[in-house]
Write a protein of this length. Structure first.
Lengths: 403, 113
């Protein structure tokens, strides 16, 4: 049905209860698989996945919301487990340790219902599909805990970086999280049908006050382990690259011509993937997620594919510019203090993205940076301005060399 | 301010914005008066039609999507008349220009769309 108009801005909006049920079920299932059987591919696991999908599809087709979320999850998990054990008996195969661990994790999930915790914290009843749910999901929202956790972590990291390094003019934006349901994966990243995508929009009309809305868009019915593993990177992209972008600008951050900004989309996106890599242990699920983040970042910047990402050309400029600046900082700290080079790189990256220079200026500026530093001899004035930049000093001293 | 959403399929925002500006100039110059009359509308009494309507792109994010949501923002002056003009003249013309399968009012991402 056509909508009368978009929802009013300012308050978070979240997906409806039947769709949250679908998200909660698939997130629980694939989280269990990611942790306990990431390399499994067999008939029993397939049965569990296909049963969960059928359960979710059936729920989406129900006209009413009379089954509470936790009861729905419990029924889905019990039915899935019974179905797996039935198939194992018919195939005369044991439920092996990995699959048993997946089933145990799912049982634990439904034995510790989140709805009651969420409702108790809000001092009321659990969600019932009414409009009141919006308040509960905004305040608690444990049904979409995976999204909420990734948002909280990304927000804390980005906020810390920007308040420390964003300069004195930074006006910290109010950042809200919303969620939207998609019928099918809709991203244009070639070969990667993302069942979790996100976007950030601004509403800075009232003076210098800034508001960033991060909207996570999920094709929950198609949610799988890969995308759950990319959630942290997805949210860090939105928070680090966009939510605090241009927060030192005295005016609104509107982008009326929808210019693709190579600084936020390329340079900062690479930094997001790198921060995830640096925080991850060398092995295990977090290391695997960090590799996924890097893979997504590289795919976004790959201009040589037969069907590149639509913004690849702009992303690549940002990636090239950041690499040239990082190399310059590494040379400065020779004979070798990579930690100091990275600290300086963080300072200049955050300051550049927090500054209010416009979308067109950023695009031209980073193109010029690549042109000036990517040749020998490189532009000495620009190189010196970059090397002289210190946290807290005016980033305009660098930007003026990029015009 | 009144706002309204529409969705475009794999169309560059700049192209859509340019097309809207062009249609509004035609309205301003009286070229579409007959079409307005046929639909029971008058040319809105707005000094600057192009200022009275603005478009906002879908925002930045990890990946653009095949269907992009564009928000039409109607200025405070003659907002109702501008919204009628939008629905009756501008949107149908965008559909004719870019194809009826590339411009729509309902959200293609929703299961009942």
């Amino acid at each position: 049905m056509p909508r009368d108009g978009p929802a009013p801005r300012g308050a978070p909006r979240h997906i409806e209860l039947p769709k949250r049920k679908v998200f909660a079920l698939r997130a629980a299932l694939f989280d269990a698989i990611r942790h306990h059987a990431p390399d499994r591919d067999d008939a029993l696991l397939d049965r569990l996945i296909s049963d969960a999908k059928a359960f979710a599809e059936e729920e989406m087709g129900q006209p009413s919301n009379d089954v509470p979320l936790e009861a729905f999850l419990k029924a889905a998990v019990e039915a899935g487990e019974a179905s797996v054990r039935d198939l194992a008996a018919r195939l005369k195969r044991p439920v092996d340790a990995k699959l048993a661990a997946v089933l145990r994790a799912l049982r634990r999930r439904v034995e510790n219902p989140r709805c009651l915790r969420c409702a108790a914290a809000a001092g009321g009843a659990a969600c019932d599909g009414s409009d009141e749910d919006q308040v509960l999901v905004a305040a608690g929202g444990d049904c979409i805990l995976e999204i909420k956790d990734a948002f909280r972590q990304a927000f804390a990291l980005a906020r810390g970086l920007y308040t420390e390094r964003g300069g004195p003019a930074l006006a910290e934006p109010a950042v809200t999280l919303s969620t939207e349901y998609l019928a099918a994966p809709a991203s244009l990243l070639p070969g990667r049908p993302l069942s979790l995508n996100a976007r950030t929009s601004y509403d800075d009309e009232s003076g210098a006050a800034k508001w960033s809305e991060v909207e996570v868009r999920t094709a929950a019915l198609h949610l799988a382990g890969d995308c759950l593993g990319s959630l942290r990177y997805l949210l860090l992209h939105e928070l680090l690259c966009h939510a605090f972008q241009m927060a030192a600008s005295p005016g609104p951050r509107r982008n009326p011509k929808s210019i693709v900004d190579p600084l936020s989309e390329g340079w900062m996106d690479g930094l997001a993937a790198d921060l995830i890599r640096r925080a991850a242990p060398p092995n295990g699920i977090e290391a695997c997620d960090a590799r996924k983040a890097l893979g997504l970042h590289l795919d976004r910047a790959d201009v040589d594919r037969s069907r590149p990402f639509p913004q690849a050309e702009h992303v690549a400029i940002g990636v090239d510019a950041s690499a040239l600046v990082f190399r310059l900082l590494e040379e400065k700290h020779k004979p070798g203090d990579p930690a100091k080079a990275f600290e300086d790189f963080l300072d200049i990256s955050i300051a550049l993205n927090a500054d209010g220079w416009g979308y067109a200026e950023r695009s031209i500026g980073l193109t010029n940076l690549v042109r000036k530093l990517g040749v020998r001899p490189r532009d000495q004035e620009l190189a010196e301005a970059i090397l002289a930049f210190r946290r807290g000093s005016d980033i305009k001293s660098v930007i003026e060399h990029l015009a | 301010m009144k706002r309204e959403a529409f969705f475009v399929h794999r169309l560059d925002f700049g192209r859509v914005d340019d097309a809207v500006r062009e249609i509004l100039r035609e309205v301003r110059d009286g070229k579409l008066d007959a079409e307005l009359r046929r639909n029971g509308l008058k040319r809105p009494a707005v000094s600057d039609l192009e200022e009275a309507v603005s478009l906002e792109g879908p925002g930045a994010g990890l990946s653009p999507e095949a269907w992009a949501e564009i928000i039409v923002v109607f200025g405070p002056v003659a907002a109702d008349a501008m919204r009628d003009l939008w629905r009756v003249v501008v949107l149908p013309r965008l559909r004719r220009r870019f194809g009826s399968d590339a411009v729509r009012r309902d959200d293609p991402h929703q299961p009942d769309a």
